[in-house]
Design a protein around this ligand. Sequence first.
Ligand code: TXA
Ligand code: MG
Length: 310
Amino acid sequence: MKINLTNIKKAKKLLNKNECVAIPTETVYGLAGNAYSNQACKKIFQLKKRPKNNPLIVHYLNYRKLEKDCNFNDNFLKLYKKFCPGPITFILDLKKNSKISKIVTNNKSTLAVRFPKHPLTRCLLGKLSYPLAAPSANLSSKVSAVNSNDVKEDFGKKVKFVLEGGRSSIGIESTIVDLRNKPKILRLGGLEISSIQSALNKKIQINNNPSKVSAPGQYKLHYSPGIPIRLNVKKIKTNEAYLLIKKNKETKSNYFFLSKTGNLKEAAKNLYSTLRKIRGKNYKSIAVSKIPNKGLGRTINDRLIRASKF
Ligand code: TXA
Ligand code: MG
């Protein structure tokens, strides 16, 4: 990808003034601000209409830059070496003298950290003297943004600048793993659990039960396109959009396919943009055909279940 330095400079200038800028990542777009600045972090929460008790992920260029803010451990280093930069977020203990704004963590002693892979955002991070706090660049509880138009659709001119980085290649948020004690998955995401398990050489607990919320991304209503969703549907109702994992012979105007052949990576990449597309039409609800509950299919099902708690 060609790096447009004029745009990077513009983003840097705004961030240095404690403004928010939308940044591309390989998972979804983020709404970024200086993670060391209370003022910038407050703006992120206001723009997103995000509850204060839902902490933000902080994005770093590499682990060296993280050293002054968090304590590392062996599991972190193992996973970092294998998957970073990439679609994985770590929960670590904050260092006492860290400069991370208390607004980011809601005064907690832990921090969610991620090392995004997108070249533009990496270039930007390399030019800043602080890491970037960035939740997904969508209004709270709504469908995430996977390109610059999605961000503009949600925020209009309220977000001063969107760093144009094309379409997110993974299209679904990072996998969150809590590494403070025994590793635990807090949110299913773009990195498959089986890959994390084989890197650590052990089975990991998945703490994905919505009644035990430790990552508010686990709150029930989330990722919502604003109309009801029914899951595992074989027969649709009138005025319903039908979301299918793979293209079939019937091509009715209300049929939406997540992939050509049932490929789960492709389906994950298309999920949010397809939900946005359906939302822009006049359907009363969305019926979803069964999606295999394995690999990234688990992440897709997780998002659809939460989106269905309308
Ligand atoms: O792929 C991603 O992770 C994207 C891109 C922009 O990096 N970001 C993202 O952020 O999905 P957001 O804010 O939409 O989701 C962050 C999740 C929330 O569920 C939040 O509760 C959880 O991370 N989280 C943040 N800090 C935490 C902490 N200290 N302990 C547990 N969960 C935390
Ligand atoms: Mg989000």
